[in-house]
Design a protein. Structure first.
Ligand code: HEC
Length: 254
């Protein structure tokens, strides 16, 4: 049968075939969408996806001329490692020693109240059970640290070892303060002074939960065994953010 534009039957059948094609096209789009939106297979993938998402948001906020504080307002922002390295690199490149004590913008809280470190260290006891979900979250968070401290906490030229470090299994307040304020000047770890890069910038863009998780992971991985760290302990020390990086002498001897 030849196609005749005036034949109502032919026009109707064209409409039917057109509709079927259109619906099949939508189904195809749906299938493509489902395959593209697979759930991430590992915790690492999930954390990476989250960081790319956050990075996009930060860039968007910067394009909109928003400040760091505004980006953070009401949101949990995790700065991607790229930005952490850039921050450390800039500080190291600036020859003036004072540059390394410049706090992260938007994080300064001058006149923070004095806190009782002993009390904070006693908040979690040695035998208290450790939640496997916290360890898993800490492992994902440790990606921020692995570049300098090694995938297995073995240490390297950019950071001292965590495996077997007396600091890692020592007083919790030391570890929290290192995250919130950073560390400068050489530190002796396992009898070896670490001098190649005697400076670690504050990692205080992490939430209380993230810091607690990564420290709990450090204290219970790479052969280490010590009590967990709770978000409440981190919260109790938040007021220290913005103060200059600590030196070994300011830490409690492990
Ligand atoms: C850019 C490199 C770098 C990154 C990233 C980094 N650190 Fe460090 N870290 C260092 C350096 C360098 C020191 C030693 C600083 C000094 O000598 O004053 C250090 C020291 C430490 C110490 C005390 C010494 C030890 O190894 O026991 C702890 C604990 C620590 N870092 C934890 C962390 C955690 C947790 C993270 C991730 C959230 C992290 N660091 C990310 C470079 C880094």
């Amino acid at each position: 049968m030849s196609y005749n534009r005036d034949n109502p039957l032919a026009r109707f059948s064209a409409l039917v075939w057109g509709s079927i094609t259109f619906v099949l096209f939508l189904v195809l789009l749906g299938v493509i969408y489902i395959f593209k939106h697979e759930d991430p297979a590992t915790l690492e993938d999930a954390a990476a996806a989250k960081r790319y998402d956050t990075k996009g948001k930060i860039f968007a906020a910067q394009d909109a001329a928003l400040g760091y504080k505004e980006i953070e307002a009401g949101k949990k922002v995790q700065v991607p490692p790229h930005d952490v390295f850039e921050y450390v690199g800039k500080n190291l490149a600036a020859a003036k020693p004072a540059a390394t004590t410049t706090p992260v913008p938007g994080k300064v809280k001058p006149g923070a109240p004095a806190v009782n470190l002993e009390e904070i260290n006693k908040m979690v006891k040695d035998g208290d059970p450790i939640d496997p979900a916290v360890l898993a979250a800490g492992k994902a968070q440790y990606m921020l640290c692995a570049a300098c401290h090694g995938q297995n906490g073995e240490g390297g030229p950019a950071g001292p070892a965590h495996a077997g470090s007396e600091w890692v299994t020592g007083p919790v307040s030391n570890l929290i303060l290192i995250q919130l304020r950073g560390l400068q000047g050489p530190i002796t770890v396992k009898g070896q002074p670490f001098t190649t890069i005697p400076m670690m910038s504050a990692q205080n863009f992490q939430t209380d939960e993230q810091i607690a998780a990564v420290l709990t992971y450090l204290r219970n991985s790479f052969g280490n065994k010590a009590s967990a760290v709770s978000p409440e302990q981190v919260k109790a020390l938040r007021g220290e953010v913005g103060k200059p990086p600590l030196t070994e002498a300011e830490l409690i001897k492990p």
